[in-house]
Design a binder for this molecule. Structure first.
Ligand SMILES: [Zn+2]
Length: 349
C-alpha cells in the first residue's frame, strides 16, 4: 500500500508519500515543500518518528519556499523526528545552483536554505545525510517498491542548464549570463527538475515536477524505461503546473491511458503564473482521469479573457462549469488530492 497526497499549495508543489517498510512500520517521504499552509503540514507530521527522505526537485521558490521551516521543525532541539536523507537538486555546488534563481528575495531564501543544509551536514548531532538527486539515484521503499530518478541527467539536463545560464564554461563563479541578470526567474532552472519514477509490482507512478520537453524527448528516445509494456503508469504528474511550454503530448500518449491512468496538476490560485493552460488540462482530461488541486483559480485563460476573443472565454467557462458545476465562482477550488494505491496498483482517491 502506498499513499500519495498532493497538497493544495496554490502554485507550487508539496507531495507526501506514505508506505510500510519491510518491518511493517509506516514510513514517510516529502517531495518539495511550498510554504502555503505550513502549519497544517507540520501538524500532520508532529507525531511522525522518522522521515525516510525530504527531496527538493529543483531550486525554484514555489517548490522550496517552505523547506527551511520544515527542516528546522524536524531538526529543532528535542525533536523526535529522525530524517534519514535530504536530497537537493543536481550535483553541483551551491553557487552553481544559485544561477537558477533571479528574484533577490528568492536568492536570499535559497542561500539560507543551503547554509542550513550545510550546517546540518556538518553537525555531529544530526544523523542525516544530504546528497544530490540526479538520474540513476534510487531510493528503496520496501522490497516491492522503489523510486528511481530519471532526470536531471548529468550530461544532458544539467549540461543544458549550465550552458543556458552561465558564460563561463565551468559554471563556477556566479557569472550568470547578462541576459538573465536582474530579470524574472531563470526558466532554465526547470532543466534541473527531477523526474521520479516510483515502481511497484506491475505499476509505475511518474512525478515530473517542472521537467521540460527535451527531457521527455530524451526519456522517449534514449532510455524508455516504461515503454516495455510490462508496467503501466497509474499516476502521472502533469509537468510545470500545466504550462503549455512543458506539454509533451507524444510522450504522454505513449504512457497514459484513460482506462487505468490518473494524472494530476498542482497549480492555481496565483494569477501571476496563470497555470495551467486550458489545452493542457483538456488533453489530460481526455487521455486520463484528471485530478487537480485548484486549477480553476490559476487557469491561464481565466485571466486572459479581457483582451481575447469571446470564444475563448465561453470555452473556458463551459469547461469549468462542466468540471465544477456546483461551486460558486468565489470558491472554485479543490483541496488536497489523496491517492491510495494497493499492491495490485488499484487506486482509491
Ligand atoms: Zn514550479
Amino acid at each position: 500500500m502506498l499513499n500519495l497526497t498532493v497538497r493544495n499549495v496554490g502554485q507550487g508543489d508539496c507531495i507526501i508519500l506514505k508506505w510500510k517498510n519491510d518491518q511493517g512500520d509506516e514510513e514517510l517521504g516529502i517531495i518539495d515543500c511550498n510554504d502555503h499552509e505550513m502549519s497544517s503540514l507540520l501538524n500532520e507530521i508532529s507525531e511522525v518518528k522518522a522521515i525516510k527522505f525530504i527531496l527538493l526537485t529543483h531550486p525554484h521558490s514555489d517548490h522550496f519556499s517552505g523547506l527551511l521551516k520544515l527542516l528546522k521543525y524536524c531538526f529543532k532541539p528535542g525533536s523526535q523526528i529522525k530524517v534519514e536523507k535530504v536530497f537537493h537538486t543536481a550535483a553541483f555546488s551551491p553557487s552553481f545552483l544559485m544561477g537558477a534563481i533571479n528574484f533577490p528575495q528568492d536568492r536570499e531564501s535559497f542561500a539560507q536554505l543551503l547554509q542550513y543544509l550545510h550546517d546540518v551536514h556538518k553537525s555531529n548531532e544530526i544523523e542525516t545525510t544530504c546528497g544530490p538527486m540526479i538520474a540513476g539515484v534510487k531510493i528503496d521503499l520496501n522490497p516491492d517498491m522503489e523510486i528511481t530518478c530519471l532526470a536531471p541527467e548529468l550530461y544532458d539536463e544539467i549540461e543544458k542548464f549550465k550552458s543556458a545560464t552561465y558564460d563561463q564554461p565551468d559554471g563556477i563563479g556566479l557569472d550568470v549570463k547578462k541576459s538573465y541578470a536582474g530579470k524574472a526567474n531563470n526558466p532554465h532552472g526547470n532543466y534541473l527538475s527531477t523526474v521520479l519514477l516510483i515502481s511497484g509490482p506491475g505499476w509505475e507512478i511518474l512525478l515530473t515536477s517542472d521537467a521540460v520537453n527535451t527531457t521527455f524527448e530524451r526519456l522517449m528516445s534514449v532510455r524508455p524505461p516504461f515503454a516495455n509494456g510490462t508496467k503501466k503508469i497509474i499516476i502521472g504528474q502533469i509537468p510545470h503546473h500545466g504550462s503549455i511550454a512543458n506539454h509533451s503530448p507524444s510522450f504522454w500518449k505513449h504512457h497514459i491511458n484513460k482506462a487505468h491512468s490518473y494524472t494530476f496538476v498542482s497549480s492555481g490560485e496565483n494569477r501571476v503564473y496563470r497555470h495551467p493552460h486550458l489545452k493542457v488540462v483538456k488533453f489530460f482530461d481526455e487521455a486520463s482521469n484528471l485530478k487537480y488541486t485548484n486549477y480553476v483559480h490559476g487557469l491561464r485563460e481565466y485571466y486572459d479573457t479581457g483582451s481575447q476573443a469571446r470564444s475563448t472565454l465561453s470555452e473556458v467557462l463551459d469547461f469549468i462549469t462542466e468540471k465544477v458545476p456546483s461551486l460558486p465562482a468565489s470558491d472554485r477550488r479543490s483541496s488536497h488530492i489523496d491517492f491510495e494505491i494497493n499492491s495490485e496498483g488499484e487506486i482509491k482517491c
